[in-house]
Ligand binder design. Structure first.
Ligand SMILES: Cc1ncc(COP(=O)(O)O)c(C=O)c1O
Length: 442
C-alpha cells in the first residue's frame, strides 16, 4: 500500500496520541530499517530501546517461526515450553552470574538447534542438559518472574508485590517513594508514580500512596522516611532516568536508598524497563552500581520486539504472591516466552553486555566531539547528548537527522537520546556521527 494511503488511514482512524514522522517503515535488517519508498535508515532508536538484536535477527526469527507454527497461546493455567527456561536465565542474570547464564544459554541453544524432529533420545539428552544448567546451586539466590506484556504492566505488578509483601511480611505500609523526573508508564497507577506534572495534571485524581523525592537528594529521602514512620513499603527508581533525558542516579544516592529502605523494612524496586537487558553494559543497570534491588521490572528488549514485560523478584519476596493475587491473560504467552528465551540466549552467548560497554564508551567519546554537544550522559548503549542553545530545538535536529538517513530521538528541547540495537558496531557509530556532524553544522 502506498505511504499516502497508509498515512490517511492512520490519521482517520487512529487516536492522535503520537506525533509521527513522515515515513512508513516496512522492513528491517540488522541496524537498518527500510521505508515504503525503498530508502534505508540507520536505526539508533530500536523502537525505543526494544529491538536489542536489531531487525530480523536469525535466532529470533527462527524461534518465532517455529513457535508460530506450533502454539500461540493457552493461558497461564497450563505449563508451556520456554516460560521457565527464560525465567531461569533471568535469575542467573539477576545474580550477574555470567558463567551460569552461559552454561544455560549454551544448553538452550543446543536444544533449539536440534529442532522438534530430533530423535527422542537426543531430545531427552538436550532437555536434561537444560534442566541441569537451570538447577540452582546450593545457596544460590533464586529470582522468580511474573511475565507481563509491557513496562507499565510490569511496574503495576512490581508495585502490587511490594505492597502485598509489606502487608504480609514488612511494616504494613503501602506508600511508595518515587523520584521526580521519573517515568514508569501510562496506566493510571504508573502515571501516579511518574513524578512529572505535565504527564500527571490532565489525569487527576490519580491513585494515592506515592511520595515524591528529588533524585540524588539523600537528605530529602531521609526526611521522607522520618516523616512517614512505618508507612513506606518501597522506593521505586530508574537507575538511569530515561524519558526525562538520560540522567543516571549517583552511586551515593543508590547506597542511600538501600540503607534507608532496608533500615525501614521497605523494598528497593528498580524500574529496569529501559536500562535493563544488557543495554547498560551489564545485564541490568543496577549491577553497574552494585546496589541490588529486591524487585525489578523489565520490558522493552526482553523479547526483542515481541510485546513482553517481567516482574523479577528475589524468591523470598516473590513468594508473597499466591494464586489469585495477580495475573494476566496474555502475559508469558507461548510466543512471547519463545522470543524471550531466544533473545536472552543470544545476548548471553554473544556477550552483548561487554559489547554494549565497549561500543557505548566509543560512542560517548565520539558524540562528545560533535559541535553544539555540551554533555553526554548515560551508560553503555543508553546515551543522551545535551545540546547548546545555538543547535536549535532537539526535535528539529531529530527531524533533520531522519532526513539525512538516521533514526534518533529527543527527550526534550535540548536532549538527543540514543538507544541503538545492541548489535551496533563502532562503524555504525562512525556513520551516525558523520551524519550528525553534517546536521548540527559548525
Ligand atoms: C523506565 C520505563 N518504565 C516504564 C515504561 C513503560 O513501558 P511500556 O511503554 O512498555 O508500558 C517505560 C517506557 O518508555 C520506561 O522507559
Amino acid at each position: 500500500m502506498s505511504f499516502e494511503i497508509e498515512k490517511n488511514l492512520d490519521q482517520t482512524y487512529m487516536m492522535p496520541t503520537f506525533g509521527r514522522s513522515d515515513v512508513e517503515f516496512v522492513s528491517g535488517n540488522g541496524m537498518e530499517i527500510a521505508a515504503a519508498d525503498g530508502r534505508t535508515y540507520l536505526d539508533f532508536l530500536a523502537g525505543i530501546g526494544v529491538c536489542c538484536l536489531g531487525h530480523a535477527h536469525p535466532a529470533v526469527t527462527a524461534a518465532l517461526t517455529r513457535q508460530v507454527g506450533k502454539l500461540l497461546h493457552v493461558s497461564n493455567y497450563f505449563y508451556i515450553e520456554h516460560r521457565g527456561e527464560a525465567a531461569a536465565l533471568l535469575s542467573k542474570l539477576a545474580n550477574d552470574d555470567m558463567t551460569g547464564a552461559a552454561a544455560l544459554a549454551d544448553a538452550l541453544a543446543a536444544r533449539a538447534a536440534l529442532g522438534d524432529d530430533a530423535a527422542d533420545d537426543a531430545r531427552a539428552a538436550a532437555d536434561e542438559a537444560v534442566a541441569a544448567a537451570a538447577t540452582p546451586a546450593a545457596g544460590e539466590q533464586v529470582w522468580e518472574t511474573f511475565w507481563a506484556n509491557s513496562g507499565a504492566e510490569a511496574n503495576e505488578g512490581a508495585m502490587k508485590l511490594a505492597r502485598l509483601w509489606s502487608k504480609r511480611h514488612g511494616n504494613g505500609g503501602n506508600t511508595i517513594v518515587a523520584l521526580r523526573g521519573s517515568f514508569h508508564g501510562r496506566t493510571l497507577e504508573t502515571v501516579a508514580a511518574t513524578m512529572q506534572d505535565w504527564l500527571q495534571d490532565a489525569f487527576r485524581p490519580l491513585p494515592g500512596g506515592f511520595v515524591a523525592c528529588t533524585p540524588n537528594d539523600c537528605d530529602e529521602l531521609r526526611a521522607i522516611f522520618a516523616a512517614n514512620p512505618g508507612q513506606i513499603c518501597a522506593v521505586m527508581y530508574e537507575p538511569i532516568q530515561g524519558e526525562s533525558g538520560v540522567h543516571p542516579l549517583t552511586p551515593e544516592f543508590m547506597e542511600c536508598m538501600e540503607e534507608l529502605a532496608h533500615a525501614n523494612q521497605a523494598l528497593l524496586l528498580a524500574d529496569e524497563v529501559q536500562t535493563g537487558v544488557f543495554r547498560s553494559g551489564k545485564p541490568f543497570a543496577f549491577q553497574t552500581y552494585g546496589v541490588t534491588p529486591d524487585i525489578m521490572s523489565l520490558a522493552k528488549g526482553i523479547a526483542g520486539g515481541v510485546p513482553a514485560g517481567a516482574v523479577v523478584a528475589k524468591k523470598e519476596i516473590a513468594e508473597t504472591f499466591a494464586p489469585g493475587d495477580h495475573g494476566s491473560t496474555f502475559g508469558g504467552s507461548c510466543l512471547a516466552v519463545a522470543a524471550a528465551e531466544a533473545v536472552l540466549t543470544e545476548l548471553v552467548r554473544g556477550r552483548y553486555d561487554e559489547r554494549a560497554a565497549e561500543v557505548g564508551a566509543y560512542m560517548r567519546e565520539k558524540l562528545a566531539e560533535l559541535p553544539h554537544v555540551t554533555e553526554v550522559r548515560g551508560r553503555g548503549l543508553m546515551l543522551g547528548a545535551e545540546l547548546d542553545a545555538a543547535a536549535g530545538d532537539a526535535h528539529d535536529v531529530v527531524a533533520r537527522a531522519l532526513e539525512a538517513g538516521v533514526v534518533i530521538n529527543a527527550t526534550g528541547a535540548t536532549t538527543l537520546r540514543f538507544l541503538p540495537p545492541l548489535i551496533c558496531e563502532k562503524a555504525d557509530v562512525d556513520k551516525l556521527v558523520a551524519i550528525l556532524r553534517q546536521v548540527l553544522g559548525a
